[in-house]
Design a protein around this ligand. Sequence first.
Ligand SMILES: NC(=O)c1ccc[n+]([C@@H]2O[C@H](COP(=O)([O-])OP(=O)(O)OC[C@H]3O[C@@H](n4cnc5c(N)ncnc54)[C@H](O)[C@@H]3O)[C@@H](O)[C@H]2O)c1
Length: 252
Amino acid sequence: MPASTKPARVAVISGAGGGIGRAIAAALHRDGARLALLDLEGAALEETRRELGATETDCLLLACDVTDAGAAARAIAQALAAFGQIDLLVNNAGRYQLNRLADPDAPAVYEQLYRINALAPLYLAHACREALVQSRGSIVNMASTEAFIAGSVSLGYTASKHAVAGLTKALATELAPAGIRVNAVAPGVVETPMVAHLTSQKRHAEKMLGRTPLGRFAQPAEIAAIVLFLASPAASYLTGAILPADGAYMLT
Ligand SMILES: NC(=O)c1ccc[n+]([C@@H]2O[C@H](COP(=O)([O-])OP(=O)(O)OC[C@H]3O[C@@H](n4cnc5c(N)ncnc54)[C@H](O)[C@@H]3O)[C@@H](O)[C@H]2O)c1
């Protein structure tokens, strides 16, 4: 089939109503991809589609809780019914919450964080596997610096993001023979609603920036650009990689 008649690739993005997810959707839309956007609330997804200036034909909105394996599978089935193919899965939905062993609710919070950060990517990858085999597509997971190092008050987040790193490596190994690449981005602090409570606290922000050689936090578009690269033919020999995007925070 000549390149000009090849249908545009299809990307599934979870957490596409949030800061980084919306930027990833925008970058992939500019790149010509058709999109299936997942998030808890339809309203946030509507806002993303409005910002992108995308149409209903090339941007499907799927409000669902991706920690529910059945709901995740139904969303992927809807994306396939609408577009007939999936070329890229971006497992971006996630949550951060303070969590220490000393807290009375430590196990419950740990479990919730694990479900959204570590289990949901597995559910979506499982539901997309067959389609990705067909398209020889790729997966990009959203890790964190806490996939490498530990936060002192973020037990569940640290453990779940370490699990994202493990999932990335294991899936990269399993899926390589099928031509599917699996990588992850590990951002430091990115200015989004998720960390607004931290970046808006002057003392905390100064402490974090003092340990960040680049001297600033990341913008969502800077993380989206890395996702775009990982999902592109330019990264054709890259799989199982977990790329830190932290302004060298982890080197200090
Ligand atoms: N912002 C940062 O500093 C930072 C740093 C490192 C990693 N990350 C990771 O980047 C990803 C995106 O974070 P963000 O900063 O854009 O946060 P955000 O809060 O702006 O966006 C996260 C989105 O995920 C969605 N989501 C949460 N639970 C869901 C569920 N059960 N089902 C469907 N959608 C759900 C939320 O509704 C939200 O729209 C997360 O995985 C996060 O851990 C963020």
